[in-house]
Design a protein around this ligand. Structure first.
Ligand SMILES: Cc1cc2nc3c(=O)[nH]c(=O)nc-3n(C[C@H](O)[C@H](O)[C@H](O)COP(=O)(O)OP(=O)(O)OC[C@H]3O[C@@H](n4cnc5c(N)ncnc54)[C@H](O)[C@@H]3O)c2cc1C
Length: 573
């Protein structure tokens, strides 16, 4: 896993994932095949960041002074560049708005605490002066989780009166607090990024093994707050399975949850805070389960005669195999076709090979095993009977290793597609195995119908990459020609997202398997957890954050305010 310690990127530009000049960025361009398939694209460069209007900070001077006393003058920034750098997350609509300088919301100040006590002091100042606080880790939220919303109308320039909002950037809190090699746990501050966590654990021969695609920028505090799932979740577990203990600062005081050893001391409080998205408190320390660094990484590509056959096989991995592969990623037929068609001559040759061997509707599947010397071959042998029983054909290790090498390329490709004038976004959900194909069909159809309705024929495809004994996730990608006018482009995706969310609701899927609720999905949460469930969350919020200063509109709707999700909610909702 040593390469993970070096997977970091330089500072994030305003309206993209990475600077094209960054040495870690793979160069690529949009394949002609794809441009043709989308009906042509019109390149659309981003407006210079200097053209984005930044309203004066609405933070009262007395509040700014109190914040300076809490964290030090150098760590309270009211200037435009810092505020612009914290203008929301990394969803397609975040980037479209920033690229066009359209409806860009910025916080009134950025505050960077250096310790648990400083976080607690900032919350105390917020309570006293009545401004909102948005906890911010790597800023990779794709669900409006770090949108600088203060409540009552948000902070869009020219919008209605609103509460000031301070973004609480946790990047300074990036230390390894302790390692317990005997118990195999490590305690970190929340601002540690994925690559930094791996670099800090490397001298101990340990790894976290949690590798979301946002790994280069996302933080451990963000992982906890969103209950994230990494690419190797089948082997290493989702983040919720790795959290041993937490320390949080809340507006009413410190909370510690989890003790390390399983116990029966009442309900497990970790479950209240893992996935609480900065609405209940700020994670200031997290103790996570760690493992010995693997020395073998065996990745292979296989191909099934159809997505349906592949689904049956990966279900058998989850239900019947004592050790499923650590990484399982099964593409549907359209994703298979698109992936191979966009990979140049080698991809086209591979496409011919898989069609010849597996038939007209091949579905490729990447399988990965990681572990101590000599262990991966045994683990692989255990799933071979399942693969054979479902007519899978081995494509080989080279294609599997190529997937592993390029597994963080997605957000860079998105930058290239955005520059070229494409709509490119994802939707994720999950359900039981019994309902999975129904959900797959419903969401695919909803996305395709909505985007095609704008006169922009889309490509919609999906994969399964998180499997459980009872069900699996579905991860859809949508590509289309982006409408030129920024407001129309926003509506083009917001409508598609609303249609997909409705389809998810009707087909019994979850509104989010791992991207979290944020503000985008908040209007759908009650439909999933029921009115009593929503009241439980509201009661927890009221107990921990009685003044409603933490991340207003995330998870719990502030009383008397309209739903805050502005991306993907039909206007009548
Ligand atoms: C290109 C791309 C790929 C992605 N791939 C994946 C993936 O593979 N798997 C996956 O699960 N997700 C993925 N995501 C979503 C996102 O990366 C995850 O939700 C991630 O866990 C967020 O971490 P972050 O540090 O960036 O948090 P942020 O975006 O900064 O914050 C996310 C939420 O957590 C809150 N928060 C952050 N830090 C704290 C803290 N210390 N205490 C309390 N609340 C806090 C914020 O207020 C916000 O509500 C992806 C996103 C992008 C842009």
């Amino acid at each position: 896993m040593d390469e993970l310690a070096h997977a970091g990127l330089g500072p994030r530009p305003f309206a993209r994932w990475a600077d094209p000049e960054d040495t870690a960025v793979p160069s690529s361009k949009v394949p002609v095949w794809l441009v043709r398939r989308l009906g042509g694209l019109t390149p659309s460069p981003a407006v210079p960041v200097s053209d984005i209007p930044v309203p004066p900070s609405a933070l009262p001077p007395a509040a700014a002074d109190a914040l300076r006393s809490a964290v030090g003058t150098a760590h309270v920034d009211l200037d435009a560049p810092a505020r612009l750098a914290h203008a929301g997350g990394q969803s397609y609509l975040d980037l479209v708005r920033r690229r066009a300088g359209h409806e860009v919301a910025v916080p009134d100040a950025v505050v960077s605490p250096g310790s648990h006590d400083e976080v607690a002091a900032v919350l105390a100042v917020a309570g006293e002066h009545g401004f909102a606080v948005v906890p911010y880790g790597g800023g990779t939220s794709v669900v409006g989780g770090v949108e600088p919303v203060g409540g009552v109308g948000g902070s869009v320039p020219g919008g209605p009166p609103r509460r000031a909002v301070v973004t609480l950037d946790l990047a300074r809190m990036d230390a390894l607090v302790a390692v317990d090699e005997v118990s195999r746990t490590a305690t970190f501050q929340p601002g540690v990024t994925g690559p930094r966590a791996e670099a800090l654990l490397a001298p101990y021969g340990l790894t976290l093994g949690h590798v979301p695609q946002s790994f280069a920028r996302a933080t451990l505090g963000g992982y906890v707050a969103t209950r994230s799932a990494g690419q190797a979740s089948t082997g290493y577990g989702r983040l919720d399975e790795l959290v041993v203990a937490l320390r949080l600062a809340t507006p009413v005081g410190e909370v510690r949850a989890g003790t390390g050893t399983p116990n029966a001391a009442g309900p497990d409080l970790r479950a209240v805070f893992v996935g609480s998205e900065g609405a209940f408190g700020v994670v200031t320390e997290v103790t996570l389960r760690v493992r010995p660094r693997p020395v073998e990484h065996r990745y292979e590509m296989w191909v099934f005669p159809s997505f349906e056959q592949g689904l049956a096989a990966v279900r058998a991995f989850a239900q019947d195999c004592s050790r499923p592969p650590d990484v399982v990623r099964l593409s549907d037929e359209e994703e298979t076709r698109t992936t191979l068609a966009t990979q140049g001559a080698a991809g086209r040759a591979l496409a011919v090979y898989v069609r010849t061997r597996a038939g007209r509707t091949p579905a490729v599947c990447v399988l990965g095993w990681e572990g101590a010397a000599g262990t991966t071959s045994e683990a692989r042998s255990a799933v071979l009977p399942v693969l054979r029983a479902h007519d899978a054909i081995r494509v080989g290790a080279r294609a599997g290793q190529a997937w592993r090498r390029h597994r963080f390329a997605g957000p860079h490709q998105r930058d290239v597609l955005l520059d070229a004038g494409a709509l490119v976004e994802t939707v994720e959900t999950a359900t039981d195995w019994a309902d999975l194909t129904g959900l797959y069909a419903a969401v695919s159809t909803a996305l395709a119908t909505s985007v095609a309705g704008c006169g922009t024929p889309p490509l919609v495809f999906a994969h399964v990459s998180h499997i459980y004994p009872t069900g699996a996730s579905l991860y859809f990608t949508v590509l289309a020609r982006r409408l030129a006018d920024p407001a129309a482009a926003v509506a083009q995706w917001a409508d598609a997202k609303a249609a997909a969310s409705e389809a998810i609701r009707s087909a019994g899927g979850t509104i989010t398997h791992h991207h979290a609720v944020g503000r985008t999905h908040a209007p759908y949460l009650e439909g999933e957890i029921g009115p009593v469930g929503a009241r439980v969350l509201a009661a927890v919020k009221a107990a921990l954050d009685p003044a409603g200063i933490l991340n207003p509109g995330v998870l719990v709707q502030p009383p008397g305010e309209p739903p805050s999700g502005r991306d993907g909610v039909r206007p009548e909702e």
